[in-house]
Ligand binder design. Structure first.
Ligand code: ADP
Ligand code: MG
Length: 238
């Protein structure tokens, strides 16, 4: 079953074309990596799916529903930004609870859900702390817990591990992958890190200058690159 469809999506900023006729289908429960160099348009695709950017032309569907005109708050996506963007004046508990408070969820239910999300990310012991009292890896877990607490249909992650040191990155990579499969949540994962995309994703979309060059399983894009650029970027040049 197709969960998200991008149909002929073009996004212009003034005269500059950031996305050039993007077509992409993401299956239910799939882990899709968007892989490409810096400035290729990966974040722009994510923010277009979240509704933060409106495409200049083209349509977006969640299941069969056309959401192109639907505002971000009505799309039920969980978005984790590259810099995590926790609220500095709120405790971890409050940070995670915030999306539910916005929705006027009853207090007892919020408490249950926050605790469950914190448990999933192994941060139960940190709920009373403030973001500045956390390591980078812990902050990143809080951001993911906050994205998951409202049980989104889709999880959108924008280079979530790029601020972590190399060792921690590999550890969290494996955990995140396991969590994604456990929850069965459709996930779109933006990265410029080839190894990360190949290790984590069910399929990889390789992006360059606002165009999708190739979509396939890690094996397909690695062993059967359709373009010189794809092979080169993935570290398997012709
Ligand atoms: P990536 O995430 O792959 O590094 P982005 O999607 O952030 O790339 O950006 C793609 C291109 O679009 C870049 O050239 C960037 O400068 C441009 N761009 C992104 N957002 C904006 C914006 N809000 N206004 C103008 N240009 C933008
Ligand atoms: Mg980006």
């Amino acid at each position: 079953m197709v969960r998200i469809t991008l149909e002929n999506i073009t996004k212009k900023f003034g005269d500059f074309t950031a996305l050039d006729n993007i077509n992409l289908k993401i299956e239910d429960r799939e882990f899709m990596a968007l892989l490409g160099p810096s400035g290729s348009g990966k974040s722009t695709i994510l923010y277009t799916i979240a509704g933060i950017y409106k495409p200049t032309s083209g349509r977006i569907y969640f299941d069969d529903r056309d959401v192109t005109e639907v505002p971000p708050k009505d799309r039920n996506v969980g978005l984790v930004f590259q810099n995590w963007a926790l609220y500095p004046h709120m405790t971890v508990y409050k940070n995670i609870a915030f999306p539910l408070e916005l929705r006027k969820v009853p207090r007892e239910e919020i408490e249950k859900k926050v605790k469950a999300a914190a448990k999933m990310l192994h941060i139960e012991g940190l709920l009373d702390r403030y973001p500045w009292q956390l390591s980078g890896g812990q902050q990143q877990r809080v951001a993911i817990a906050r994205a998951l607490v409202k049980e989104p249909d889709v999880l959108l992650l924008d280079e979530p591990l790029s601020n972590l040191d190399a060792l921690l990155r590999i550890k969290v990579r494996a955990e995140l992958k396991r969590l994604q499969k456990e929850l069965g949540i459709t996930t779109i994962y933006v990265t410029h890190d080839q190894a990360e995309a190949l290790a984590m994703a069910d399929r990889v979309a390789v992006i360059r200058e606002g165009k999708i060059l190739q979509v396939g399983t890690p094996d397909e894009v690695y062993y059967k690159p359709k373009y010189k650029f794809v092979g080169g970027f993935l570290g398997n040049p012709p």
